[in-house]
Design a protein around this ligand. Structure first.
Ligand SMILES: Nc1ncnc2c1ncn2[C@@H]1O[C@H](COP(=O)(O)OP(=O)(O)O)[C@@H](O)[C@H]1O
Ligand SMILES: [Mg+2]
Length: 336
């Protein structure tokens, strides 16, 4: 296997609050090979956004990387200076956020915003940058680009604005695109179109993706590999195929069993009882133990390490066999 494009090892992100230290991300490790799409999934508040932002040094001012390594294309991001990180964000890595309205400049024509990187960073002429903007608009499926290139963001629909964001993300020819819930604000049909577009770009351009979402179906549609986050920790990793067919962590199992309109056979829907812990004072032992249907005494003691299950599969559950048995009794995915 080639060198990973992104390598994250033991990443910790902390907020210093009046009531103590809040660990938003606690020892997350994952990697992304060139051309691969990794999904990060978990409930709201599990640390997905902070993990993603930490990768490129875009944390809130009150947060900091307390420990861990982040390596992008061979560059140690945590040791890099702000200039080097900005260079990385401008060239190697691009980001697409949930709400394109706030990410776009409202008083600048979308064509100029797409042309900005080619013009400023890649040193293209005005004419060439405009041509590049039009090409990118075509690539991301914006109809009638010669007209829309002159539009302001508010003149476009939410779906079109998100396509503009994707065009901007692609404009520097990045190797890695970080997506944070890029379709959550869109209606279902448009969401589906955008996901298909991202999938096609990843396949055709060979760009790598890290895709953060609370929605398992979205991850299944766009990613080949997945990391499940719970209360700031990665609790399970593996291929999307393996993890969604045979989850080896009760949290993943609970998530899968609570998805209403996914391609699954199920006798009843169940949601996970209880709610995630306060990250300023997480429970001892396994963080999921207060909500876990399989909990045993030793789940409440020492922290649970990630247990390797072969290949890219790992789980932070001592009783992962219980999940396998549960799925044998009642499968989570149709045809599995
Ligand atoms: N600005 C902030 N100040 C204090 N705590 C925060 C802030 N942003 C996020 N957090 C904490 O970090 C945790 C992870 O947040 P986040 O990464 O945004 O979760 P997700 O993206 O999975 O919904 C949250 O549960 C919250 O406790
Ligand atoms: Mg988030």
């Amino acid at each position: 296997m080639s060198r990973p494009l992104l390598r994250v090892e033991g990443l910790r992100v902390e907020f210093n609050l009046a009531r103590g230290v809040l660990r938003a991300v606690d020892g997350a490790s994952f990697d992304v090979q060139p051309g691969e799409a990794l999904g990060i999934v978990g409930e709201s508040g599990s640390g997905k956004t902070m993990a993603l932002r930490a990768l490129v040094g875009l944390l809130p001012r009150t947060a900091r990387i307390a420990s861990g390594t982040v390596e992008i294309d061979g560059v140690d991001v945590t040791a890099a200076g702000e200039d080097e990180r900005r260079e990385l964000r401008g060239r190697t890595v691009a980001m697409i956020f949930q709400e394109p309205k706030t990410a776009l400049n409202p008083v600048m024509r979308v064509g100029e915003q797409i042309a900005e990187t080619p013009l400023v960073r890649l040193g293209l002429s005005r004419r060439a940058a405009r041509t590049r903007a039009l090409d990118l608009m075509r690539l991301v499926g914006i109809p009638d680009p010669t007209r829309r290139v002159e539009a302001y963001p508010h003149e476009l629909s939410g779906g079109m604005r998100q396509r503009v964001m994707i065009a901007i993300a692609l404009s520097a020819d990045p190797k890695l695109i970080l997506c944070d819930e890029p379709t959550t604000a869109l209606d279902v049909t448009i969401q589906d179109q955008i996901l298909k577009l991202l999938g096609a770009l990843q396949r055709d351009l060979g760009v790598s993706l890290v895709f953060v979402s609370h929605d398992l179906a979205v991850i299944a549609q766009t990613c080949t590999k997945v990391a499940v986050m719970y209360a700031g920790q990665v609790v399970e990793t593996g291929t999307v195929d393996a993890v969604f067919r045979e989850p080896r962590h009760p949290y993943t199992l609970g998530l899968l069993r609570s998805v209403p309109d996914f391609d699954m056979v199920r006798e009843h829907l169940s949601s996970i009882p209880g709610s995630p812990p306060d990250l300023a004072s997480p429970p001892a032992g396994c963080r999921f133990h207060p909500r876990c249907p399989f909990v045993q005494d030793d789940c409440r003691g020492a922290p649970i390490p990630l247990i390797e299950l072969g290949g890219v599969r790992a789980t932070r559950c001592l009783y992962h066999e219980r999940c396998a048995e549960d799925v044998r009794r009642e499968p989570v995915i149709a045809g599995a």
